[in-house]
Write a protein that binds this ligand. Structure first.
Ligand code: NAD
Length: 501
């Protein structure tokens, strides 16, 4: 069903050159829709990581990069945005082959990625310091915002280039250089990105892409002494390891982690819009998104009708070749991910949940070679059950009911996670009350799964640390220097401290 192509051999990108891994070892990359190996990805090691950091540091200190004005950095980022736009289809095809997500979903992502580079290109020359008003007027105190140095970016497999872009656009605009490590399961698009980046005119070493396994390359990167910041997207367990590694060098971290997001439907909502929002929240991208609305809370008075309709719709979702425009849901990205989905559905039914839709692999022989799982809806779920508390990262929706606003706020917030939440209501006052009460980094009202470069994104509680996107994100890749200049000729008593206020 997916066209056979020759197996591709990728190289890493270090210091402006495409290079083989020092150990000459490779990882097979498998197409999750067909089970076929389609690419070999370099399996990097310590030597490669060291080379990448040295190249990034050398570039950071070079005249070519350090004296490049913010305006010129912005121009390069705009050029990169244009080049990415031209290559959107190729990049989307690469990601679909690698992670099995729908081509139309990946193309949509590739078409919006340039706007992140444009947004931060526009910010690059608008970073300002401040003048501090002091009582002692002979002292002139001002601040400078300076880049951090080398930023290590470690990314997850589900939307590799979009996730990397959230990090790299702001980090580059701030004047840093980069070592990027994509997931071992979906490294190809980051290496294709490197080819495009290489043509744009950044000095060699501005971006370095090292591929390989998380437990080796990722571990070495997150504790590397030349990393001035580690920005990570992935699971909470790995996030903790990365934070501990970075702490060994007192390196700052940003962590974008998992979620168990509530999608809350009140009886007064536009129920057709709510149904589409619930479906999009959990079944688009086969539920393999950090913001998946995996816990559905429906107001009891409309629950039976709403859930019946949702179940009917879930059963009609078309699984198949992710390259086909008719397909609505692709496969899981890896065998391990498929097994995790099956494990959690079993745990849920053992704990008393009832399968209302799906709950198994499809029996269609056309799909037998791919890692497909049916869109699954579970009823009879309590919020304390593991299926409602732990992230599945697959097309599995837990359905619960509620009677009052207070009750649903408590249930929604009863989670270790706090990445996102959806509210469906036509009551304006309630929508704002709920938005304040929910412990989540993003709250959507009468919409779900939308984002923009200017809108801050990140998690409460175990969903993360720090924010990406928006104006403030550029400052997360900078440090502030305070400069104090004595303008009088006064000679000080060297043995007293002088306060300036
Ligand atoms: P993961 O934690 O297994 O891997 C993420 C990255 O970390 C990969 O590049 C991996 O190679 C690397 N890694 C693994 N072990 C490491 C170690 N010991 N040291 C350093 N790096 C290591 O996550 P995943 O399975 O790739 O992605 C799924 C998870 O990512 C889900 O929990 C999902 O919610 C989360 N996610 C979060 C966001 C967000 O923005 N909040 C976005 C997408 C995905």
């Amino acid at each position: 069903m997916v066209q056979k192509t020759a197996i591709k051999h990728y190289q890493m990108y270090i210091g402006g050159e495409f290079v083989d891994p020092s150990n000459s070892e490779y990882i097979e990359s498998t197409n999750p829709a067909t089970g076929e190996i389609w690419a070999y990805i370099p399996k990097g090691g310590k030597e490669d990581v060291d080379r990448a950091f040295k190249a990034a540091r050398q570039c950071y200190e070079s005249e070519e990069w350090s004296s490049l004005s913010p305006t010129k950095r912005g121009k390069l980022l705009r050029k990169l945005a244009e080049a990415l736009e031209k290559n959107a289809e190729h990049l989307a095809r690469t990601e679909t082959q690698d992670n099995g997500k729908l081509y139309k979903e990946m193309l949509g992502q590739m078409m919006i990625i340039p706007s992140w580079y444009e947004y931060y290109a526009g910010l690059a020359d608008k970073v300002e310091g401040t003048v501090i008003p002091l009582d002692r007027q002979s002292v002139f105190n001002y601040t400078l915002r300076e880049p951090l140095g080398v930023v290590a970016c470690i990314t997850a497999w589900n939307s590799p280039l979009l996730i990397a872009t959230f990090k790299m656009a702001a980090a580059l605009a701030a004047g840093n250089t980069i070592v990027l490590k994509p997931s071992e399961f979906t490294s190809a698009s980051s290496l294709e990105f490197a080819r495009i980046f290489n043509e744009v005119g950044f000095p060699p070493g501005t971006l370095n892409v090292v591929t390989g396994y998380g437990h080796s390359v990722g571990d070495i990167i997150s504790k590397h002494s030349l990393a001035n910041k580690v920005t990570f997207t992935g699971g909470p367990e790995t996030g903790r390891k990365v934070a501990v590694n970075a702490a060994s060098n007192l390196t700052g971290v940003t962590l974008e982690l998992g979620g168990k997001s509530p999608n809350i439907v009140f009886a007064d909502a536009n129920l057709d819009a709510a149904e589409a929002g619930v479906i999009s929240g959990i079944f688009a991208a086969s539920g393999q998104t950090c913001i998946a609305g995996s816990r559905l809370f429906v107001e009891r008075s409309i629950a039976d009708e709403f859930i019946d309709s949702l179940v009917r719709r879930a059963k009609e979702i078309r699984l198949g070749n992710p390259m086909s425009p008719d397909t609505q849901m692709g496969p899981a990205a890896t065998p391990a991910q498929l097994m995790k989905i099956e494990k959690y559905v079993n745990i849920a039914t053992d704990e008393g949940a009832r399968v209302l839709a799906g709950g198994e692999r499809p029996c269609d022989p056309e799909l037998s070679k791919g890692l497909f799982y049916l869109p699954t809806i579970l009823g009879n779920v309590r919020n304390s059950m593991r299926i409602a508390q732990e992230e599945v990262f697959g097309p599995v929706l837990s359905v619960m009911t509620f009677d009052t606003e207070e009750e649903v706020v408590k249930l929604a917030n009863d989670s270790e996670f706090g990445l996102a939440a959806g509210i469906w209501t036509n009551d304006l006052n309630r929508s704002h009350r709920m938005a304040r009460a929910l412990e989540a980094g993003t709250v959507w009202v009468n919409t779900y799964r939308t984002s923009a470069p200017g809108s801050p994104f990140g998690g409460y509680k175990n969903s993360g640390l720090g924010r990406e996107m928006g104006i403030d994100a550029i400052y997360d890749f900078m440090q502030t220097k305070s400069v104090l200049v004595e303008l009088s000729d006064e000679i000080r008593d060297p043995f007293t401290v002088r306060t300036l206020n």
